[in-house]
Design a protein. Structure first.
Length: 144
């Protein structure tokens, strides 16, 4: 099986600090893979808010996650504080990618814990169909 490789961009347009809670720890004594997905969701919501956007209402359409890829590098433990860097790219007519880099402090420097990508599709929830990305969303998230 081919391993997932997430290519990280050189620039991220947003960063949020998130503490690791005791409820994020699994029976292996570290943060479970399901909790990494929850960190991505929290970071995505804050990223969109930072740009004045709401995942469920982008002028009549919302977003739905079509796929996710996570490349794990290091473990996270209770008490760690992570920085989640977020940006968007690969804009098409109805979809785009959100790229994430999760880091934690290790001594005087940061180390990458995971990188991830979520494929996001604009979706008209009332008509239950895919929708075109609104121009203002593309402009805000692509930095144009």
């Amino acid at each position: 099986m081919t391993r997932i490789r997430i290519e990280l961009p050189t620039h991220f347009s947003f960063c949020i600090s998130i503490p690791i809670r005791i409820t994020d720890i699994n029976y292996g004594g570290h943060v479970g893979n399901d909790r990494i997905l929850m960190l991505l969701h929290e970071a995505r919501m804050k990223y969109l808010l930072h740009h004045g956007l709401n995942e469920m209402d982008l002028n009549g359409v919302g977003l739905i996650m079509s796929d996710v890829g996570i490349e794990f590098k290091k473990e996270l433990f209770y008490g760690d504080e992570v920085l989640v860097f977020v940006t968007s790219n690969s804009f098409l007519k109805v979809s785009f990618d959100i790229i994430y880099k999760i880091e934690k402090k290790s001594g005087a420097q940061n180390m990458i814990v995971a990188s991830a990508k979520t494929g996001m599709v604009c979706y008209d929830y009332s008509n239950k169909k895919v929708a075109v990305i609104p121009d203002f969303v593309r402009e805000k998230l692509s930095g144009r």
